[in-house]
Structures are given as C-alpha cells and as structure tokens.
Design a protein around this ligand. Structure first.
Ligand code: SF4
Length: 344
C-alpha cells in the first residue's frame, strides 16, 4: 500500500480529516509526523535563513521526520481558499521551497489550490493528484466528495461542540498513525487531571498551527486551563460568525486566514469573554498587522487584550509570567467592578 506522509504542521490542523479521507478513499495509507520536538525544530531551522517564520521552520522539521517513513509527502500549494482572498506567500511556495531545501525528501504530491480561478481548474488539479493512485475519474470524484464531507463534519463538530482541532481530529478518526520518533527530546503530552469549573474564559486568537503546536505555543492552552481558565479558539466559531465579525471590523478580508485572527478577535472582544490573547510568531508580516488592528479594537472596547509573540528563544518562564500577569489583571479589574462605589 502506498504510504502518504502528512507533516503535522501549518495547514494540518485545518485540513487533516479532509486529506486523510481523500487518500484513504484512493487506497493509500496516511502517516503523520510526531508532535514537534526541539530537535525537529532545530533540523528544520538549519535548512532556511534565520528570519523565516517559526511555523515554516517547524514544518520543514516535520518533513525531515517523515523523509524515511513514507513513499510520498503531501504538500499542497494553496494560493486562495475563497475568491480574491489570498494566503500568505509561504503557503504558495511551500512545495517548491521544500524541494529546494530538502533535496533528499520523498517525491512531493502537490496540488495548486486557487479558488480565485474557475472550479474547472480546481477539479483538474484534484484529478491530477488522484491519478497517482487510480486512472478512474469516478473513483477520484468519489474520494473528493467524501473528503469535502469529512471537512464539513470536522468544522461542524468543532463549532457545535466547542472542540479544539486536536480533540475533533481524535473524535472523528482516532489519533493519527504517527511515524516513530527517531530523535531525542520528545515532547510528551501529559494527561490533564479533571478541572474544577473555570474561573474565567479566555479566547486565544491566532493560527491553529501556532496554538495547537505545543512546542511553538509553549502549551499555552494547558497552562491557561491549569490556571482555571476555560479556553476558546477561532475554530469553535462557525464560518458565518467569523465572516460577520471580520466584515464589522475591517470589511472584506484580504488574507485567507484573516478571519481566524481579526474575525475571531472581534467576535470574542465584543462577545463577553473575560480576556483575549493574540498569539503570533516573530517574523510574521500578516499577523503583525492583524494583531495591531485587534489591539486598537480592544482599546476602543476597553476589553482585556494581550498580544504574545513567540520565537525560537522564547522561554516557558517568560510565557508563564505574561499569562499570570494577564489573569491577575483580569481578576483585579473584576474585583474593582464589584467593589461598592463610595461618594466623595
Ligand atoms: S502567516 Fe505568518 S506565521 Fe503563517 S506562514 Fe505566513 S509568515 Fe509564517
């Protein structure tokens, strides 16, 4: 059986159930790289210039982890997912960049996704991809329809049950088949004890490939939960909610992932959560602009907002201190609001 490797990075958290369904319906086996480790990040970083953004460095580390474990690696080149709304240029050049900096990697299965072009071009691209497995166009079509349904189910599950991407992936298809970790420094996932009722609700805004990667995000979700917070994410909102909030704040989105940053930020800042944290990585042009929009919006709404920028040298201690300060600030503000007002 042909083995397809999918790096657990970048768009994995958005589309894994869809990709898995597509390849499995064409008779292939799907394997996923293990969670990011320091060693994987270092190996990815060593292939590119220093100012490449952290998620791309991590992505290359995941490709290296899969290199000897699969027959092909799936790396789509995504230009736009909605007409005239474009992705960051890193996504567009990902297959070519990977070929250039990891010459020994297995053959890359790439597909150009550009929803600004006609649907016919999209179907042709899907058939071209499917031809690696079958010459039957109807089989490819059935696989594509099933994959789209898997994606819709995944999105619906996250928004209706308020699940994170990782929880929804586990529920839909069980934990992914992971290739063995071959390097030291595995980032093991600890089982969390049952939590008491949350003392506050915090929304964390940012790309799923930053938030769900425990090494890059410094386990921000677990840290907030351990501090007694309920954590909400952009994936827990429906597409309509994200689109409406984006339209309210900036009009029509320009970047594909603007809705999960600006739209989710606007929704939560005005939606009654206790605080919003904007999570981004150093070296990201689009995010630095989008976070600035949110900072101004939070100031106008007098809502607690903190922007956190992570990079390779960020320490756990720095993140913990910032989170504690943010939670304390929310508690002080809450107490001040409850305190009886005295007349002068
Ligand atoms: S949006 Fe930012 S973090 Fe994401 S790939 Fe592009 S530059 Fe990197």
């Amino acid at each position: 059986m042909v083995k397809i490797g999918i790096p657990r990075a970048l768009l994995y958290y958005q589309y894994y159930p869809m990709w898995k369904s597509f390849f499995e319906n064409l008779g292939a086996e799907v394997v996923v790289s293990p969670p990011t480790t320091q060693a994987a990040l270092a190996s990815g970083s060593s292939r590119v210039v220093a100012d490449t953004c952290l998620p791309v460095k991590a992505f290359l580390g995941h490709v290296l982890a899969l290199a000897d474990e699969c027959d092909y690696i799936f790396i789509p080149a995504i230009r736009s997912m909605k007409p005239k709304i474009y992705t960051c240029s890193k996504f567009l050049g990902l297959p070519d960049m990977t070929r250039a900096v990891i010459p020994g990697c297995p053959p890359i299965l790439d597909i150009d996704i550009d929803m600004s072009k006609s649907k016919r071009k999209l179907y042709q691209a899907i058939y071209r991809l499917g031809r690696h497995f079958t010459w039957g166009p109807f089989k490819v079509r059935r696989a594509a329809v099933a994959a789209w349904q898997a994606y819709l189910d995944y999105r619906r599950m996250m928004s209706s049950q308020r699940l994170t991407s990782v929880e929804a992936i586990d529920r839909l298809s069980g934990p992914p088949a992971i290739v063995p970790v071959r390097r030291a420094g595995s980032h093991a996932v600890e089982r969390q004890p049952e939590q008491p009722p949350p003392r506050m609700t915090i929304a964390v805004i940012g790309h799923p490939y930053i938030f769900y990667d425990e090494l890059i995000s410094h386990r921000i979700k677990q840290r907030l939960e351990q501090a007694g917070c309920r954590v909400l994410t952009p994936q827990m909102l429906t597409g309509d909610e994200l689109e409406a909030a984006t339209a309210r704040l900036v009009g029509r989105a320009y970047w594909t992932y603007e809705e999960e940053v600006v739209g989710a930020g606007e929704h939560y800042l005005t939606g009654g959560v206790d605080g919003v944290i904007g999570l981004m990585t150093f070296g990201c042009g689009p995010d630095s602009l989008m976070m600035d929009v949110l900072k101004r919006r939070a100031a106008a709404a007098a809502a607690p907002f903190m922007s956190l920028t992570v990079e390779e040298h960020t320490s756990d201690a720095g993140i913990i201190t910032r989170l504690e300060a943010f939670i304390d600030m929310i508690m002080i503000r809450r107490r001040a609001r409850r305190a009886p007002q005295t007349c002068a």
